[in-house]
Design a protein around this ligand. Sequence first.
Ligand code: 13P
Length: 251
Amino acid sequence: MHLKPVIAANWKLNHGPTDAKAFLQRFLAQTPKLNDRTLVFLPSALTVTTVIDGLRERPEIWVGVQNVHSEAQGAFTGENSVLMARDAGARVVLVGHSERRHVFGETDSQTTAKMAMIAQARLVPMLCVGELLAEREAGRTAEVVERQLAAGLAGLDDQQIATIMLAYEPVWAIGTGRTATPQDASEIHGVLRRALISRVGEKVAGSIPILYGGSVNRGNASQLLAAPDVDGLLVGGASLEADSWASIARA
Ligand code: 13P
């Protein structure tokens, strides 16, 4: 089965509302409605409302947030909750991005709690998994991504698992210009697909998009997207400039 590709822009800590407006103007002028793919914007929480407003005429394009706290509300200064994300109009939430794990020290048990919270709120959790360079060199890639996937799914029932998206982002490929080859990506996407099959069976596992992320650019996007078991792309740096992102969106 071939899934409709999901192509997502993770803006990380870039683009406030003013930049986002200018970006959308330029991007939309060159991007007609594309029925054969789902585009997703993941701006900063402070920019989400601007992006949602800017896409009012383009409801086929999804908007999400890059992180939420594991509690819905309370005394957690500086955090954002899934209820606020939903209220603002977000549809997707990134969970366990490598920068959350390795810069901010987010643990597997925090990803378990966040995934459950997001699924309960009926938003789409996009779970990121990926190994460090040392783990790859030690031959531990499959073990690491399987552990991260199991933690992400631990608090979900089968129906909730059917709503998720996954992203394989090898940490050594993020922001480094060193992209995984389409074969590398396919191999690990296959590992993830088999782990999903053993958890929820072929039918549901086959319907979950598995995106690749890590130094995707307009030169390599279509080759990666064509690789077996690669159902989409999660793009950082190359999504920050409207022309580059528009070209990847059409890959
Ligand atoms: P780059 O595309 O900048 O390598 O970032 C990938 C990423 O982390 C997307 O979530």
